[in-house]
Design a protein around this ligand. Structure first.
Ligand SMILES: Nc1ncnc2c1ncn2[C@@H]1O[C@H](COP(=O)(O)OP(=O)(O)OP(=O)(O)O)[C@@H](O)[C@H]1O
Length: 311
């Protein structure tokens, strides 16, 4: 395990921000922390970084207890904070160098680290420019370059795509995947479920300082439904097809709504279903499967929508 959090409690005065939370993260994951604004995601990662004092519980990072080994643990972590933290009066190169030096890099190691970070974030051609001339997306990329200059084993990204253009957003999501392929474990904080669903190998849904569900995207979806729904549009559906479909193994229900035949399956056997239509001589015009999204999972577990605001 790269991270083990046990029974963590964090209060801001009377407000319980982290509520007896336990969590393990395996090495090599892109681990998504998904939850609405104010759920406690940043507070949780700040405690893992040793930036926020805790009231109760234990945190172990890289197999070492944070309280006792804070300094050495921090050397192997990179943080991309929610708010862009670069110096406008320094060039991109100088910004990354500053962070490299803070992490103790010197000489060749520092130079190589800066060059690799610039190349990784696609900023090499802009290395002598100052961030004041950058777009929001470029600044975010510079923020990432500063966080990876020391080649950390773990990187924490706190909502790195908020308020940027779609092109930079895709660039960042791709670079998260590339970083992960380079053996970096990533904690990716977001309240955009589509991003988390697209890149994360494990997802924890956080709400009111607690983890209310954890698993792969598929496992989380299965938490709320075992059934799959397939809608098949055909030119002239009739009730003989419904009877045949209902007799198939794994089909729980079949019904007609206009030109659409709706089939509820507890085992996904799309082939058998579609062959049945073809054997009946039906002309299929459209097929759609409906799998629950993470938004549906959150809604079902909490009764509230995940997104309060929109991008
Ligand atoms: N320094 C602080 N003092 C008092 N309350 C705080 C402090 N920092 C955070 N909180 C409160 O703790 C709760 C959790 O905040 P946190 O920033 O961890 O949430 P989050 O899930 O990261 O949300 P967001 O997506 O908005 O960043 C919020 O209600 C917030 O107002």
């Amino acid at each position: 395990m790269i991270i083990e959090v046990k029974d963590l409690v964090k209060r801001y005065k009377d407000f319980l921000a982290i509520d007896h939370l336990s969590l393990t993260i395996k090495e090599g994951e892109i681990f998504g922390l998904l939850g609405p604004n104010g759920a406690g995601k940043t507070t949780l990662t700040n405690t893992i970084l040793g930036l926020t004092a805790i009231d109760q519980g234990t945190i172990t990072v890289f197999g070492k207890e944070l309280r006792k080994h804070e300094r050495e643990i921090k050397e192997d972590i990179g943080l991309v904070p929610q708010d862009i933290a670069v110096y406008d009066e320094l060039t991109a190169y100088e910004n990354i160098r500053l962070f490299g030096k803070l992490f103790g890099l010197r000489g060749e190691a520092l130079k190589n680290g800066i060059d690799d970070a610039l190349e990784f974030t696609g900023l090499t051609h802009l290395k002598n420019k100052k961030p004041s001339q950058f777009s929001g997306g470029m600044k975010r990329r510079l923020n990432i370059a500063c966080a990876i200059v020391h080649k950390p084993k773990l990187i924490i990204m706190d909502e790195p795509t908020v308020g940027i253009d779609p092109q930079s957003r895709n660039y960042i999501l791709e670079s998260v995947k590339k970083l992960n392929q380079l053996d970096c474990t990533v904690i990716y904080i977001s309240h955009y479920m589509e991003e988390v669903a697209a890149i994360c190998s494990q997802i924890a849904i956080v709400d009111k300082g607690r983890i209310i569900a954890k698993g792969t995207k598929e496992e989380l979806s299965r938490l709320i439904v075992d059934d799959q729904v397939i809608s098949v549009d055909v030119e002239a559906p009739d009730y003989t097809i419904i009877e045949r479909l209902k007799n198939l193994h794994g089909v729980k229900d079949a019904s007609i709504d206009g030109q659409t035949v709706r089939i509820v399956l507890n085992e996904l056997k799309l082939n058998t279903v579609l062959s049945t239509f073809l054997e009946e001589g039906s002309t299929i015009t459209k097929v759609a499967t409906n799998t629950p999204t993470l938004e549906d999972v959150f809604l079902t577990l909490t009764g509230r929508a995940l997104r309060e605001g929109s991008r």
